[in-house]
Design a protein around this ligand. Sequence first.
Ligand code: SF4
Length: 270
Amino acid sequence: MFLRVEWDGFTATCSLQRSTSTTASRAISLALVEKLLLEWYAHARRELPWRGTTDPYAVLVSEVMLQQTQVDRVVRRYVAWLKRWPTAAALAAASPAEVIREWQGLGYNRRGVNLHRAARVIAAHGWPDDLTELPGVGPYTAAAVGNFAFGRDELPIDTNVQRVQDRTRSRFTSASAQALMDLGATICLARVPRCERCPLAQRCPARGTRYPPLRKQSRFEGSFRQRRAETLRLVAEAARRLDELDREAVTALEADGLVAVANERVSLPA
Ligand code: SF4
């Protein structure tokens, strides 16, 4: 026997067999939570430039940029990147030096190099079925590109999505991916969630809970990451003599393919 529950344009079908009524009612409850979420998203969604496309290359660019950089900082850089290199083939034809210079300021520069390598793979062989075969693409990014560009039934689970799932004790479908990201980024915040504005509040067991401060990210000032970034900035300006630079940082940058060293001179890779 099947129980079919319908709301405006939203349907949950639950199988009722012997002792499965509890399972069915849980499924209905989850479907209701997801319906509330999607209704909220329909009017509260953030308008972000990568949301208007299903072009896998554009989605990949946005996801790689967003891996470790905040949305506000990514928007302008994403638009500029796509203007300069609108396709994977265009990016593949660029030199590593051009890509590294364009990436400057976004941080974690290896992402730019990997994106470039991924574009070269795609330009030469097309998109692999398993997107994690692309350089710099892990399970989360693969799920995001799979969902947003290829329409795959995969839910990319980042920290925001995980937090909402944990607090609501719900497992959402892939249709809720963008909505979960927005709820986690704007309402269901890590430490003090804005439950009074949350569309799921009536059905959330964590409603009203406060959370301890997150472990602080290690300081950038004075870190090795800063030394690397500064060294790369200098080399991006102009090739330099090795003895002018932080050798330890140069070694790390060279290992990541971000600089090339020849005849005691350091330059961006050709
Ligand atoms: S009610 Fe509060 S804790 Fe629950 S999902 Fe909404 S914002 Fe998060």
